[in-house]
Design a protein around this ligand. Structure first.
Ligand code: DX5
Ligand code: ZN
Length: 214
């Protein structure tokens, strides 16, 4: 089980130190949430922040784009320092073309699905991406409650991956992850857990990450 703390819950005035703190605490990567105020009703951070953070950290950057028209920006996110760029199946873009852009930059590509979107929407692309991200909250804000509908979605994605022999597919879950919801996600087949408030809100991030991995 890998853990990707979402920096949305970090102190943005001390971002580099916050990132280092969770990496030292055992995080496998950093989850970076990009919101445009159009695809989701919130605005977070963008290219300049990722570019600066890249200079300060060697960590694997797991970038989650919650933006409309990801096709227009995917290349710039790769160049800014993302190691993996995930975008939403519900966003306004040519999905195959967007995957292609990310891959031709030599980066990993991920496809994200919201809680109310049928899992079947991602099946045509499942063998073309490195990661499927199942949202377990409506995207836009940290600190929301885990939606159990995600458990079934993870199980379906995981079953489909097994059926197709996609042994290396990363199945990530994002939203409301804590030591309890993590257990359900693990048994359903998730292998990467995103956790924002649970890790950054903890007095002891190393212990929080260890609990998620257990
Ligand atoms: C929500 C973001 C999440 C969020 C998770 O739109 O994609 O990554 O930061 O935060 P928690 O773990 O607090 O639900
Ligand atoms: Zn996210």
């Amino acid at each position: 089980m890998k853990v990707s703390p979402s920096i949305l819950s970090a102190d943005f005035a001390n971002l580099a130190a916050e990132c280092e703190k969770v990496i030292e605490a055992g995080a496998d990567m950093l989850h970076i949430d990009v919101m445009d105020g159009v695809f989701v009703p919130n605005i977070s951070l963008g290219l300049p922040v990722i570019k600066s953070l890249r200079k300060a950290s060697d960590a694997f950057f797991d970038v989650h784009l919650m933006i409309q028209k990801p096709q227009l920006y995917a290349k710039q996110f790769c160049e800014a320092g993302a190691d993996l760029v995930s975008f939403h199946v519900e966003s306004d873009c040519d999905i195959l073309r967007t995957i292609d852009i990310i891959k031709s930059c030599g980066k990993k590509a991920g496809l994200v699905i919201k809680p109310q979107t049928p899992t079947s929407r991602i099946y045509p692309y499942i063998d073309k991406v490195d990661l499927i991200l199942v949202m377990s909250v409506e995207p836009g804000f940290g600190g929301q409650r885990f939606m159990p509908v995600a458990v079934d979605k993870i199980a379906r994605v995981s079953g489909k991956a097994r059926q197709l022999g996609l042994d290396n597919l990363m199945i990530e879950v994002d939203g409301g992850i804590n030591d309890r919801s993590a257990v359900m996600c693990k048994y359903a087949g998730a292998n990467v857990l995103v956790a924002g408030s649970y890790v950054f809100g903890s007095e002891d991030p190393a212990r929080a990450i260890k609990k998620l991995k257990a």
